[in-house]
Design a protein around this ligand. Structure first.
Ligand code: MG
Length: 187
């Protein structure tokens, strides 16, 4: 019987992703930090805890699991010079006109719609926090983060968008005087 395991539970996928990201130098807190700083521009009510919870939720999605695992492996294989032909140097050197890493990032951010993708564009262009670090480390002659910097930026963008949606849902439940419409007084 074939015993290869390809289906995982959401908590297993989150744990795999956490370990894989850590191995590549990325903590979940550093991703949450980008989401936090992005949303803080729009609302003072944003909490770091909600950003971290959002990062964890997104990292448990099967699509995202596949993206993180694949991106980390492509970068590792490029570091070990395992690709044949021109694609080895194109990936390792993070060639500016190579856009497949951004395509993967857009795909992940797109789980949270157009706003998710717009937030990803902002993070990709302005390179904050761990995305900036990955980009810098990737210039080292031993490291490659061509794919992971986009996936990490996209997870931050998706988390940021989720936080905005939750914050707006909370706002929508308030009446003009700031009382929660759905709570009976004393509850
Ligand atoms: Mg990249």
């Amino acid at each position: 019987m074939d015993t290869k395991k390809i289906i995982f539970t959401r908590s297993e996928m989150l744990e795999f992703n956490r370990q894989t990201l850590l191995k590549r130098g990325v903590s979940l807190e550093s991703i949450a930090d980008i989401a936090y700083k992005q949303q803080k521009r729009y609302s003072d009510d944003v909490t770091f805890e909600l950003c971290l919870e959002s990062v964890e939720k997104i990292l448990s999605f099967r699509d995202v699991f596949h993206h993180v695992q694949l991106a980390a492996e492509i970068d590792r294989l490029a570091e070990e010079k395992m690709f044949q032909g021109p694609i080895q140097d194109i990936i390792f050197e993070d060639f500016g006109l190579f856009g497949i890493d951004e395509t993967m990032g857009l795909d992940v951010a797109g789980l949270y719609g157009t706003i998710g993708q717009t937030n990803f564009g902002d993070i990709d262009v302005n390179k904050a926090g761990i995305v900036k670090d990955l980009n810098e480390f990737g210039k080292d002659d031993k490291q490659c983060h061509t794919f992971l910097d986009d996936i990490v930026g996209a997870i931050a963008a998706a988390a940021s968008t989720r936080v905005a949606q939750i914050t707006n849902e909370d706002l929508a439940e308030l009446d003009d005087e700031g009382h929660n419409l759905f709570k009976v007084s004393g509850e």
